[in-house]
Design a binder for this molecule. Structure first.
Ligand code: SF4
Ligand code: SF4
Length: 233
């Protein structure tokens, strides 16, 4: 039944709160929802960043830009981004596999409760570090946290050591208290621990230069996350 634009099946409304509840039930640590739209500010910033060569060897950022900035081009008909987080602690060695398996479990539940049309049957709509999706930005759009001075997404309670996974839904969602339950007052404020500890000075540059960051080059640096108070509750 569709009442006032809201899908109601099995006495459950397709609301952000109900989706979050199902996401936690399948094993995610947090979940948020955002209406899909083109990320104009990010598009402007990234086009300039890439044009200046600051993305280093991440040449994939030069491709699929339109889809990266607007997920409705990646998944035609996509209206809502569901963003789920899994902590490093719960994701095991192969986080792609774990996050995707939980997303498929969530998809199965959503289809069971709200019908199969809740997702596309022709386009891939589940992602984890595997498609042109601006994951950190969507984490913020979904109300899950903020991007810190260390350029990491930070959830106020789980910290930055989290793996995001996304699912694009074909339906619009009624906003409800789920989004507002996430504390929004978190931020770096006058903390500078990460900029001080960074061995290369990468976090002190006015514009982020991936070529200066050891993690982007060798994947072996977590210092700016280890010192962050949000990872040391
Ligand atoms: S990962 Fe290491 S090199 Fe990169 S910004 Fe953080 S502390 Fe600096
Ligand atoms: S260490 Fe401090 S400044 Fe850096 S991201 Fe964490 S809270 Fe923000």
């Amino acid at each position: 039944m569709c009442k006032g634009g809201i899908l109601i099946l099995n006495n459950l409304k397709l609301t952000s709160k109900n989706i979050c509840k199902l996401a936690i039930e399948v094993g995610f640590d947090a979940c948020g929802i955002a209406p899909i739209h083109r990320l104009n500010d990010d598009a402007h910033y990234m086009d300039d960043w890439v044009a200046r060569g600051l993305h280093g060897d991440m040449t994939y950022l030069e491709r699929n830009c339109d889809k990266r900035y607007d997920p409705s081009l990646l998944v035609p008909g996509g209206k809502t981004m569901v963003v789920c987080l899994l902590t490093y602690e719960h994701s095991g060695r192969d986080y792609h596999r774990r996050v995707k398996s939980l997303l498929y479990a969530l998809e199965a539940k959503l289809k069971e409760v709200f019908g199969v049309n809740v997702v596309s049957d022709t386009h891939q709509h589940i992602f984890c570090d595997s498609a042109p999706v601006l994951e950190r930005r969507w984490c913020v759009e979904a109300g899950l946290g903020f991007i810190g001075k260390n350029h990491q997404f930070i959830h106020p309670e789980l910290g930055s050591m989290v793996h995001p996974g996304e699912m694009v839904l074909n339906m619009s969602i009624e906003e409800d208290v789920c989004l507002k339950e996430v504390p929004h007052n978190a931020a770096c404020a006058d903390c500078n621990r990460c900029t001080e500890v960074c061995p290369t000075g990468a976090l002190r540059s006015e514009v982020w230069d991936a070529r200066q960051c050891i993690a982007y080059v060798t994947h072996h640096c977590l210092q700016c996350q280890i010192v962050c108070p949000y990872n040391n509750h």
